[in-house]
Ligand binder design. Structure first.
Ligand code: PEP
Ligand code: MG
Length: 751
């Protein structure tokens, strides 16, 4: 009888009987392989267990030669078994011997077997063993068979991790006493001193076999209902931070109501697993499938699935998440394997200082939200969850990418000094926030801030910025589960304008493509995405999308001023085409009787070098230009801004870059066109000083930089600086940074 027609509960019942018996661990393993082989009608079934040197040792087999047990070892990465351990994923082959990784071991007598199925035995996300079946005939194992083997692997994981087997690797318990420093990739700057709050670790599933299936089904259903209620409550919460992220929570909600997910879990319980084991089983299975798609949208869904599964497990195990949230230390550094965006929103942002994620990538939703909470963020920190304990003191230094767990007293003191110094500076800058930025020689400088989400808006007042020089509209699109509708866009822009009364906000039209991925938009493979189909190029090829955004902006700004900035213009014709579409939208709005903005200003970003040589034609046609120095410099120096190895290779104060910026400033002045700069360099006091020397009087930066840059402005004499700077540029000095720093020191400029 093929496996598909056999009830999975037969295997589960047998496994349960073995685990409940009083036999020795080795005898249990021997019975398990027998049961698997007979259930799956496999000629071979084997268990390999990982050793501390990462080799995999054959611990039990049915079908291979018995002499190989405890003598056959596969070195790390060796053979198909090594491959499964390395990837942490099942391997299903109709003819294993044809696979390049196949490694023939004569002592096993396996040369007569062709089909092969192996699954990892995973505990706390680490592969601690491999379970395989083999058959003589060539065939691919069915999905049900893969699932059955994975269920068995789950039971085995528990048995191995309980330390029953001498020599086997057991996931390390945390090392409470010792200091540990781990390295990761910083994704948001900052220094956080505080205490670790382990984002509730996955509760371990200890009981696998249901004693009373109807009762387990009831537990599962009740837990599912509670999860749905919790998510619905999150959606009702209308605080600004939550309001903005509603769409993310809606995606999680959709998954929570997914019938397929619930059905799979109920099926697993009906087959004889406990509700907890069923949640874990289905989670592992779906995660593998989602990750396989290689698509970032589905990868993100796998985080949402983890989020929901963890919520379910916590409820099933009676863990009181609410109580744990309220016990959060006031200086919490959250540590998580991974975290769904909705999970971060559960925490009180006032109590959070930092976020450390073992996996995680730059574009995941949770990072975007963490940034808007102003947290220091570190991702890709291997083994951090195992090393950290709830309540441990810790220091997260995003400037070096280091995470110090249980640091020594000396280290704490050194960092406390650093933090105090930062806090003092912050307090001084805070005092300056109402003072206008005027240089010592009377030049008024407009210090704007860059923003992109509603949660950024309160920084406008806290920082004392004059306005918003760059509103990156794509962020709303990046955190949404699908393309935001016109009305959703309009609502967001209206709130932005409402939150900045009397201040200018420059909305940049959608700048996606390149590194800014919209998970729901079909991706085309591009060899060089930074030079590819992005920003205005995409907008002009999808005029409907662009016009919808313009329509939303026009409606939001009815009766007030509107500034639209076009990113990545490389040719005059693109500006003309975009202006034409904007004009059409203005005509459409008037025709339908909608109130128009009092003024609609249109400008471009100068990010592509070619545009500099068209300025005489472009400047008369625009109301303003703003230099996107991040992109402009990466193209000028042919150095990818996202690639750490080259990004810092060329100084933003290189004479070539400064000459280009001077040229732009002078052309714009000659045409009487408003000009500004909104790249990262504007936020660094020394670079900002150089920009003032070149003639810039409007710059836009991250809100945290407004204070330090204003302090510089207040202590500067631009005339003296200009002379010195031009002299350095004209003789192509290779030490401009150093010379400017010395100049600042001599002139007592606050850098
Ligand atoms: C720039 O390129 O300098 C810029 C401000 O745009 P972004 O960083 O969003 O590409
Ligand atoms: Mg740019």
């Amino acid at each position: 009888m093929p496996w598909t027609e056999r009830a999975p509960w037969v295997l589960i019942r047998q496994l349960r009987a073995i685990m409940a018996s009083t036999s020795e661990p080795q005898a249990k393993l021997d019975s398990i392989v027998k049961v698997i082989a007979s259930n799956m009608i496999a000629e071979v079934s084997s268990i390999y267990v990982r050793l501390p040197d990462d080799a995999l040792e054959l611990f039990a087999t049915e079908g291979l030669r018995k002499e190989a047990v405890h003598t056959l070892r596969m070195k790390k990465g060796e053979g198909l078994v090594g491959l499964i351990a390395a990837w942490g994923e099942p391997v299903n082959l109709s003819d294993a011997q044809k696979h390049p990784a196949f490694s023939y071991k004569p002592e096993t007598g396996e040369e007569i077997y062709h089909s092969f199925l192996g699954v990892p035995v995973v505990r706390e996300r680490r592969t601690i063993g491999v379970l395989t079946v083999q058959n003589k005939i060539e065939r691919r194992y069915t999905e049900e068979e893969v699932e059955a083997l994975e269920t068995t692997a789950m039971v085995l994981a528990e048995m191995i991790a309980s330390g029953t087997f001498a020599g086997a690797v057991v996931p390390a318990p945390s090392r409470r006493e010792t200091s540990v420093t781990l390295k990761g990739t910083p994704l948001a700057d900052g220094l956080a001193l505080g205490h670790i709050a382990l984002h509730e670790p996955r509760p371990a599933v200890l009981k696998f076999f249901a004693e009373n299936i109807p009762a387990e089904l009831k537990r599962l259903d009740e837990a599912l209902d509670r999860v749905k209620e919790d998510i619905a409550r999150l959606l009702l919460d209308d605080t600004p931070s939550n309001g903005e992220h509603k769409e993310i929570i809606e995606t999680v909600q959709m998954l929570a109501h997914d019938r397929g997910w619930a059905r799979r879990m109920r099926d697993a319980v009906s087959a004889g697993l406990t509700a907890e084991a069923a949640v874990e089983r289905v989670q592992q299975n779906m995660r593998t499938q989602l990750m396989k798609t290689g698509d970032s949208f589905w990868r993100e869904r796998s985080h949402d699935l983890d989020d929901l599964s963890n919520r379910l497990l916590r409820i099933l195990q009676g863990y009181d998440h609410g109580a744990a949230l309220s016990r959060l230390p006031n200086d919490a550094i959250l540590v998580a394997h991974n975290m769904g965006a909705a999970e971060l929103l559960d925490y009180d942002p006032k109590k959070l200082r930092g976020l450390v994620i073992e996996d995680g990538g730059a574009t995941s939703h949770v990072i975007i939200i963490a940034r808007s909470f102003n947290l220091a963020v570190l991702v890709q920190v291997p083994d951090v969850v195992a090393a950290a304990d709830h309540g441990d003191p810790a220091i997260l230094d995003a400037s070096t990418g280091q995470f110090h767990i249980r640091p020594s007293l000396e280290l704490i003191r050194a960092y406390a000094d650093k933090a105090r110094f930062r806090a003092k500076r912050q307090a001084r800058f805070f005092k300056l926030r109402h003072a206008p930025a005027v240089t010592k020689d009377g030049e008024r400088v407009v210090l704007n801030m860059n923003a992109g989400l509603l949660v950024d808006m309160p920084h406008l007042y806290q920082s004392g910025a004059d306005g918003i020089g760059l509103f990156r509209t794509e962020l709303q699109f990046m955190v949404a589960p699908r393309f935001p509708k016109m009305e959703e866009q309009r609502a967001a822009y209206t709130r932005v304008l409402d939150m900045a009364p009397g201040r200018r906000v420059v909305f940049r039209s959608l700048d996606v493509g390149g590194d800014k991925v919209l998970p729901y938009l079909r991706k085309f493979h591009e060899e060089n995405p930074a030079l590819g189909w992005r920003a205005i190029r995409m907008s002009l090829d999808r005029p409907g999308m662009f016009r919808t955004q313009v329509r939303a902006l026009l409606r939001a700004a009815a009766g007030r001023e509107l500034s639209i900035m076009l990113p990545f213009i490389a040719d005059l014709s693109e500006l003309l085409a975009a202006k034409d579409l904007i004009d059409k939208e203005i005509a459409h709005a008037s025709m339908h009787g909608h109130e128009l903005p009092t003024e609609t200003r249109v400008g471009i970003m100068i990010e592509v070098p070619a545009v500099i040589y068209q300025l005489d034609d472009i400047l008369p046609l625009v109301d303003f230009v703003s230099v996107g120095s991040n992109d402009l410099l990466q193209f000028l120096f042919a150095a990818d801004r996202e690639n750490d190895r080259v990004a810092r290779r060329f100084d933003s104060l290189h004479p070539s870059g400064l000459k280009v910026l001077r040229e732009i400033a002078e052309r714009a002045k000659a045409h009487g066109t408003d000009f500004a700069l909104c790249g990262e360099m504007a936020g660094r006091p020394l670079e900002a000083m150089a920009l003032l020397g070149l003639g810039f009087r409007q710059i836009s930066m991250a809100p945290a930089s407004i204070g330090p840059v204003k302090a510089m402005v207040l202590s500067l004499n631009t005339k003296k600086l200009r002379e010195r700077l031009f002299e350095l540029i004209d003789r192509n000095s290779s030490k401009i940074r150093q010379e400017l720093a010395e100049f600042a020191q001599k002139e007592d400029i606050d850098i």
